[in-house]
Design a protein. Structure first.
Length: 257
């Protein structure tokens, strides 16, 4: 009788272990990894063991996903994803949009744009998508003029006017928050600003709420319809996550669904 009970328990445990699906998702630390950690208990109840792998750059999460070392990632918006797919010949696909982050320019030396001196150094992201995004914001602020003022594909070659002789310095995205004290003005992604303890309300230039820049959960064509991916997508678009974003980040980021 005891052997029968023990055998039954072992079978049940084996079935439970098999029923649990492991899902490895790449993310940058704040807020992406924090939001994923928030939904972990929900997914665990649905038989999904969510494992969050944290990255501090914008290339590795896509590369690792394409190479099938990750099941999904969550850290980017569509223009960046589209540019990555085009240049790396990959076919990563958006699953659901989750949140929107402000993108802003910060200074530890000056309290307003009018205080920027002649020849000031302005640090911007060095990837093509975000270079254009920063240049458009500089144009909108009246600091430079562009060949096409609202073209997010703009490069430094498209600058047609720079009356104050600002020096535009491209840097890798993760370096911008660290470099803010070494330059006169630095464009910083909200996730890195939050991680570095920078008050996003003190941006001298800020872009908020553009639906073009909703951050997505991203997967591959071969696994986008897998049950685990779909359960994660549903959890990330839940009322609970919406409330978590509103409460924890107090307007620093906003729900994108």
């Amino acid at each position: 009788m005891k052997k029968t009970v023990i055998a039954g328990l072992l079978t049940l445990l084996a079935f439970s272990a098999a029923a649990n699906e492991t899902l490895v998702v790449g993310a940058t630390p704040v807020p992406h990894a924090e939001i994923l950690e928030f939904v972990k208990p929900t997914l665990a109840k649905e038989g999904v063991d969510l494992q969050v792998k944290v990255f501090n750059d914008f290339i590795q999460p896509n590369q690792q996903l394409a190479e099938k070392n990750l099941d999904a990632n969550y850290y980017q918006y569509r223009p960046f994803l589209d540019d990555y797919n085009k240049n790396r010949h990959t076919n990563l696909v958006p699953v659901v949009g989750v949140h929107i982050e402000p993108f802003g320019a910060y200074s530890t030396k000056y309290k307003s744009l009018s205080e920027l001196p002649e020849g000031a150094t302005i640090a911007i992201p060095n990837d093509p998508v975000n270079t254009g995004r920063a240049l458009v914001l500089l144009s909108e602020a009246g600091l430079i003029t562009l060949k096409h003022a609202d073209d997010p594909q703009s490069t430094q070659k498209d600058i047609t006017g720079n009356p104050h002789h600002f020096r535009i310095r491209p840097l890798e995205g993760a370096m911008l928050a660290r470099a803010v004290s070494q330059v006169d003005l630095a464009f910083i992604f909200a996730n890195y600003a939050l991680e570095a303890g920078i008050d996003t309300d003190k941006a001298l230039i800020v872009e908020k709420g553009k639906s073009l820049y909703i951050e997505y959960l991203v997967a591959r064509p071969d696994n986008i319809n897998d049950p685990g991916i779909q359960k994660l997508a549903k959890a990330l678009n839940s009322d609970a996550v919406r409330q978590f974003i509103l409460t924890k980040y107090q307007g620093k980021i906003a729900p994108g669904f």
